[in-house]
Design a protein around this ligand. Structure first.
Ligand SMILES: *Cc1c(COP(=O)(O)O)cnc(C)c1O
Length: 400
């Protein structure tokens, strides 16, 4: 079987809910992936930041293998000897008091929304069924019906109504708009410290601090969705650290497992996650010992290999070098850490053709929002590998 055969099978039997680049990956190591024809590529997407630690990190693979031979799933009907250690290690690393584990990122967001509503009714005293949650234009938080209910992307919603009520939208980066949207029934503001799927949008400096203070003043929970921006990607453990704030709740996922397994979580205070009582919420696989063992090792790798610091330094270098490319197509190079967006001018003809040209040259990157090429390689990337990529990116950005 070759590339064509695999693609034909996938197109025949799979639902067509993605439009992938036509590369069929068979194995990967660190920042490199290999297709079924033996061609090698530098991965500049890192599975939407789920493989910050690099593909198949040997320590995380070992942890998965070891745990897989012991016990993989107990369900939360019983306890296991990995989850308590993950709780402790995550709490010590992040400074949060309580954790609720789930699997996908969308589930972590759903969990945070449920916690916020319940906190609103039980702690803040909002009248029943009146809780409001404010979100931002251009957000991305997953694909469940409730989450797409507050999406502002037409396509994400088309054909999927009726939608979950109780959400309001304000412009991202506009603190005043948030202040005006808050009512006595507002329980939470959900925000990505950097919008990833929205096109690697970095809000104006000071915005997060300002909206955080507005939330404090109005007794509204500030929930940071760090599923993509978190765990080192932005050059800090969490992107909100750039503004010295501590959100009331944080959702994490993706790199929490280094890409080996779906693991997500909500981190919060006891006041927030303490609203859940036995039976209120759950997941068969959430908090399973295989997930916990993998996440524990993935976090250790993140800390011991100083991946946030690497992302900070190398990201700065990468962005500077990208800005030096005299391309007539580029409108802006932006980002923090190794979370980088190159926005093309509307007349460039869309980012897709540039991503296809990059693939030809051995670099995998994905367009986001028509005109943005995202560069977000695993954080274990070396400076020489960035230089290797820059030579090729330069050729592609200089094409007609
Ligand atoms: C990817 C992502 C999610 C959803 O995660 P899934 O694991 O795909 O459900 C939520 N929020 C943000 C910011 C994301 O980037």
């Amino acid at each position: 079987m070759n590339t064509k055969d695999y693609i034909a099978l996938e197109e025949q039997y799979g639902a067509h809910n993605y439009n992938p680049l036509d590369v069929v990956i068979e194995k990967a190591e660190g920042v490199w992936v290999y297709d079924v024809d033996g061609k090698k590529y530098l991965d500049c997407l890192a599975a939407y930041s789920a493989v910050n630690q690099g593909h198949c990190h040997p320590r995380i693979v070992k942890a998965l293998q070891n745990q897989a031979e012991k016990v993989t799933l107990t369900s939360r009907a019983f306890r296991n000897n990995q989850l308590p250690l993950l709780y402790k290690e995550l709490a010590e690393l992040t400074g949060y008091e309580m954790i609720l584990p789930m699997n996908s990122g969308a589930e972590a967001v759903e969990t945070a929304l449920k916690a916020a509503r319940k906190w609103g009714y039980k702690v803040k005293g909002v009248p029943e069924n009146k809780a409001e949650i404010i979100t931002c234009r251009n957000n991305f938080a997953g694909r469940t019906i409730t989450i797409i209910s507050f999406s502002t992307e037409e396509q994400y919603k088309d054909g999927f109504g009726p939608f979950t009520p109780g959400f309001k939208t304000v412009d991202y980066g506009d603190a005043k708009a948030l202040e005006e949207a808050i009512t006595e029934n507002t329980v939470a503001f959900l925000v990505e410290p950097i919008q990833g799927e929205g096109g690697v949008i970095v809000p104006p400096e000071g915005y997060l601090k300002e909206v955080y203070e507005i939330c404090k003043k109005n007794n509204v929970l500030f929930i940071a969705d760090e599923i993509q921006s978190g765990l080192g990607r932005s050059g800090k453990l969490f992107a909100f650290e750039y503004e010295g704030i501590k959100p009331d709740a944080v959702t994490i996922g993706k790199a929490l497992s280094g890409g080996l397994y779906p693991v997500s979580a909500v981190l919060a205070s006891k006041e927030v996650l303490g609203v859940f009582n036995p039976g209120d919420h759950g997941s068969t696989f959430g908090g399973n010992p295989l997930a916990a063992a993998v996440a524990r090792e993935a976090l250790k790798v993140l800390v011991e290999e100083k991946l946030p610091d690497r992302a900070y330094e190398l990201g700065k270098y990468f962005r500077e070098k990208l800005r030096e490319i005299p391309s007539k197509h580029v409108k802006e190079v932006r980002g923090k850490g190794l979370f980088i967006g190159v926005e093309l001018l509307p007349e460039a003809g869309g980012a897709r053709r540039f991503c296809e040209a990059l693939m030809e040259k051995g670099i995998l990157a994905k367009e986001t929002h028509e005109n943005v090429i995202r560069f977000a390689p695993p954080l274990v990337i070396k400076k020489e590998e960035i230089d290797w990529a820059l030579e090729r990116i330069r050729e592609v950005l200089l094409m007609d």
